[in-house]
Design a protein around this ligand. Structure first.
Ligand code: PEP
Ligand code: MN
Length: 366
C-alpha cells in the first residue's frame, strides 16, 4: 500500500498563478548567457513567471552537448534578479542539489532517467532535507508507476512537502508518431491515487516535435492537470539539444492562448444534480459488477474442485478461446470494444486460474 504524501497545495508555493495552465518554460539547455537572458526576458514580458533551463544534460551519446554545468547557474541567478522569474533546473545527483542551493535556484526537477534510479533519488532526497524548495518528479522512462511513486515517497520522507510531478511519456519499442508514448492511463492512475499532487505535463518531451505540442497540451488540460512544462528557446532551430521540439516565446504564447480550459468543477446546481444522479447510477452498477465478479469466482472455484476430484488439468486453452470469442461477439451488442473486453476477461481469467491453482495445490478447501 502506497504511503500518503504530505503536500503543500501548489497555490501556496508562490510560484504560479491561476487560471490554468500553470506554466514552466525555458530552453532545453542553458547554452550561453545571451541565449538564457534573451529567452527569459521574452518569456517574462509575455507573463511567464517560472523559467526552466537544463544545466546538466543526460544525453544518449557522449560527445553531444552535455550541458554547460555550474556556469549556467550564474545565468539563472541573473534571470531571477533581472526578470523576477522563479528559476528551475534538473538535478541528477546530491552534488547538483548542493550547487543549486548555493546559487539560489528556486525549484528543481528530477529527470526521467534519474527517477528510474532509486539510489540517485535517495541521495537527492537526502541532499534536499531541511530545504524548502519545490521538487517536481518526472515519470521514469519505463511505464512503472510504482517506481514513480517510490521516488515521491523518498522525497516525502526526506521532508519535501512542495512536491509535484511531470508527465513526459514513456519509452516504447512501438512505432508511434510521438517521441514518447503518452500512457495517459498511468497519469490518470497516479492522479486518482494522489488527487492533491500538483501535476504537470511536458508536451515537449512527450511529442518530440513542435507539431504535437498543441494536441498534447490540450489533452493535459482536458484531464484537469494543473500545468505544463514547455521548452522554449529564443532561436529554436539553432538549439544545441532538442531543437525540433522547442518553440519561440511568441509561439508558446500562441499555443497557450489556443487552449480551451474547461472548469475542473462547478457549483452550478443543475449540473451538480445531473452529475450526482449519474454518479449514483455508477455506484449501483459498480456494486453489481463486484457482486457478479464474486459470484463468477465462486463458480470458478467449484469448477476447480471438480477438476481436482477428476484429476483434470486446470488450463484448457481451447475452452478459454471459446469464452473469449463468445464475449467478443456479444461485446459489440453492448457497445464495448474487443480490445477492452479482451483486457477485462484476461484479468478475470488470470484470477480464476489462480483460484483454481490454489484449490489444486490444497491451499484452499471450502
Ligand atoms: C529535460 O526536461 O530537459 C529532460 C531531459 O527531460 P526528460 O528527463 O523528460 O527526458
Ligand atoms: Mn529537452
Amino acid at each position: 500500500m502506497a504511503a500518503t504524501l504530505d503536500i503543500v497545495p501548489i497555490e501556496e508555493w508562490g510560484f504560479f498563478t491561476l487560471p490554468r495552465p500553470m506554466v514552466i518554460a525555458g530552453p532545453c539547455s542553458a547554452e550561453s548567457e545571451e541565449q538564457v537572458m534573451e529567452t527569459a526576458e521574452d518569456l517574462a514580458s509575455r507573463g511567464i513567471h517560472v523559467f526552466r533551463a537544463g544545466i546538466w544534460k543526460p544525453r544518449t551519446h557522449p560527445g553531444s552537448f552535455e550541458g554547460i554545468g555550474v556556469m549556467g547557474l550564474k545565468w539563472l541567478r541573473r534571470v531571477k534578479e533581472e526578470t523576477g522569474m522563479k528559476v528551475s533546473t534538473e538535478v541528477a545527483s546530491a552534488k547538483h542539489v548542493y550547487e543549486c542551493l548555493k546559487y539560489g535556484i528556486d525549484m528543481v526537477w528530477i529527470g526521467a532517467r534519474t527517477t528510474a534510479n532509486p539510489f540517485l533519488v535517495q541521495e537527492i532526497a537526502e541532499a534536499l532535507t531541511d530545504t524548502d524548495i519545490p521538487v517536481l518528479v518526472k515519470n521514469p522512462v519505463n511505464p512503472d508507476i510504482d517506481l514513480w511513486i517510490g521516488a515521491l515517497e523518498r522525497l516525502s520522507r526526506a521532508g519535501v512537502r512542495k512536491l509535484g510531478v511531470i508527465h513526459r511519456g514513456f519509452s516504447t519499442t512501438e512505432s508511434i508518431p510521438y517521441r514518447n508514448a503518452p500512457g495517459w492511463h498511468l497519469a490518470i492512475e497516479l492522479r486518482t491515487r494522489y488527487p492533491h499532487l500538483p501535476f504537470f505535463a511536458d508536451p515537449s518531451h512527450m511529442g518530440g516535435s513542435r507539431d504535437y505540442l498543441q494536441e498534447i497540451s490540450q489533452k493535459a488540460m482536458d484531464l484537469g492537470l494543473e500545468g505544463l512544462m514547455v521548452e522554449s528557446h529564443c532561436k529554436p532551430d539553432a538549439a544545441l539539444s532538442d531543437s525540433k521540439q522547442q518553440v519561440t516565446p511568441e509561439a508558446l504564447l500562441e499555443l497557450l492562448e489556443s487552449l480551451q480550459i474547461r472548469d475542473a468543477d462547478t457549483d452550478d446546481r443543475q449540473y451538480r444534480e445531473g452529475i450526482d444522479q449519474l454518479r449514483a447510477q455508477i455506484d449501483i452498477l459498480d456494486e453489481s459488477i463486484l457482486y457478479n465478479l464474486g459470484s463468477r469466482m465462486s463458480v470458478s472455484a467449484k469448477i476447480g474442485e471438480y477438476k481436482r476430484d477428476h484429476n483434470i488439468a486446470i488450463l484448457q486453452a481451447s475452452r478459454w478461446d471459446e469464452v473469449l470469442k463468445a464475449m467478443h461477439s456479444k461485446a459489440e451488442k453492448y457497445g464495448l470494444s474487443e480490445k477492452f473486453i479482451t483486457e477485462v476477461y484476461n484479468a478475470i481469467h488470470e484470477e480464476s486460474v489462480r483460484v483454481q491453482n490454489e484449490i489444486l495445490s490444497g491451499g484452499k478447501k471450502e
